[in-house]
Design a protein around this ligand. Structure first.
Ligand SMILES: [Zn+2]
Length: 432
């Protein structure tokens, strides 16, 4: 069998056949000849008229340990539909790519599953190449169908670059929280771009929009989808309660520290040198204790370790204000554990009465926020919009960041979010 025949069978390049094969120190170089004389514009228009010719190489999947490079003539055409000169589309690669479609599909498939450094080592390509490939594959696969039949959406902001930049992410509650849109920034104008893309007819179908408790997304939704029921994401309500606990812990810590300092000053100067062996033990440092109670107070009670439970019992026994904080937080979370959602309004009002009398500054602030969002919080319970999917989305996006995909441009991260959280399936060349 001739080498060109063998390579033809092995590579099975669509729309071309192998004319020559060369083994070079850089790898295997395969020259391709096109079957069709017609030139296709990426827009779909085709012609036989060649504007000009040049040549180009595409990196293919490795053969054994040898790098594979495909080499072919590429032509430009004067597209009547686009109204300008464009480079023709080839069947084995995406427009503008220097990698074959197979190579790019493998990169995208791996990017859904492994970190970026591992891909660059496995496939011997650069970080930038991986980022651009992901953007191209996503642009190729993402279609408008994801915006059809959308009734209940959740909007959230996601931070990247260590919290210095933000994206706005829209997920579909009825499609397992799949991301249907993402944009750069977190202002109301960004969310309005989404409503623009959704269009009036599809926006009219929206029934519910779950949001955080900030003003930006509410403003855009009030203006563009006033008919949709607005809900406050349970995830954000619980997060606010945990923030209140942390603020209360700092507050209590400062009080304890001042108390300890006053006591030390009253006791007079400390004796010099090491304490004697039979000296009574020092009273436990209350201020430090308050500082180390964080996880016991913030974690889900069912997930507490024995040690953390001890911390909680100790706080209860000593009548600490932090124990009351914990009760208030869990009281608010009980709203989402009610057997009968119809009890939610009464439960929330009971909680509000309790919280606004608690005299703990952080919880007074929380009760004001909750009161201002009362109807939106209750709407989430009534409609049963679960927080787990959107919360899961947040941790998935953090994982994408950890795997090394979140440091470049917003466009690159948005492409990764669509790839990993948008329900896209990438077919491997071996599965076709
Ligand atoms: Zn065109």
């Amino acid at each position: 069998m001739r080498a060109t025949t063998a390579f033809n069978k092995m590579l099975a390049i669509p729309g071309a056949h192998v004319a020559a094969v060369a083994f070079t120190p850089e790898g295997i170089v395969v020259d391709l000849t096109r079957r069709s004389k017609r030139l296709r514009c990426p827009c779909g228009w085709s012609t036989r008229a060649v504007y000009d010719r040049s040549s180009r190489s595409w990196r293919g999947l490795d053969l054994g340990t040898a790098k594979l490079s495909l080499h072919a003539e590429i032509r430009r055409l004067d597209c009547r539909r686009c109204g300008r000169v464009r480079t023709e589309e080839v069947p084995w690669a995406r427009p503008g790519a220097r990698f074959t479609r197979d190579f790019e599909d493998v990169v995208a498939w791996l990017a859904q599953r492994m970190d970026k450094t591992a891909i660059t080592r496995l496939l011997r390509c650069s970080w930038e190449a991986v980022a651009h490939i992901v953007e191209r594959v996503v642009a190729d696969q993402l279609d408008d169908a994801r915006l059809e039949e959308v009734y209940r959406i959740g909007v959230d902001e996601v931070s990247y670059r260590k919290g210095h930049r933000y994206l706005t992410v829209v997920a579909d509650h009825d499609r397992d929280g799949a991301v249907i849109w993402a944009g750069e920034g977190k202002s109301s104008a960004v969310l309005e771009q989404f409503y623009d893309e959704l269009g009036d007819a599809r926006t009219a179908q929206l029934q519910a929009v779950s949001l955080d408790m900030g003003a930006a997304f509410k403003k855009a939704t009030d203006a563009r989808a006033p008919h949709a029921r607005q809900c406050a994401d349970p995830f954000h309500v619980v997060a606010l309660a945990n923030e209140a606990i942390n603020a209360a812990r700092r507050w209590a810590w400062n009080i304890e520290r001042d108390k300890a300092r006053a006591a030390a000053a009253a006791a007079g100067p400390k004796p010099l040198g090491r304490p004697r062996a039979d000296a009574p033990p020092r009273p436990r440092d209350q201020a430090r204790w308050t500082k180390h109670t964080r996880w016991a107070l913030v974690k889900d009670p069912e997930a507490l370790s024995a040690e953390q439970l001890d911390v909680l019992h100790e706080l209860r026994r000593s009548g600490s204000v932090l124990y009351r904080c914990w009760q208030l937080k869990e009281g608010l979370r009980d709203l989402y554990r009610l057997q009968n959602p119809a009890d939610a309004p009464a439960h929330l009002d009971w909680w509000l009465t309790w919280a606004c009398r608690c005299r703990i500054p952080a919880f007074l602030t929380l009760s004001k926020t909750v009161r201002a969002n009362r109807d939106r919080i209750l709407a989430a319970v009534e409609l049963g919009l679960s927080n787990s999917k959107l919360e899961g989305l947040n941790s998935k996006i953090r994982l994408i960041n950890h795997r090394g995909y979140g440091h470049h441009s917003a466009a690159a991260l948005i492409a990764m979010i669509y790839l990993c959280c948008g329900g896209l399936t990438v077919q491997l060349p071996t599965q076709r």
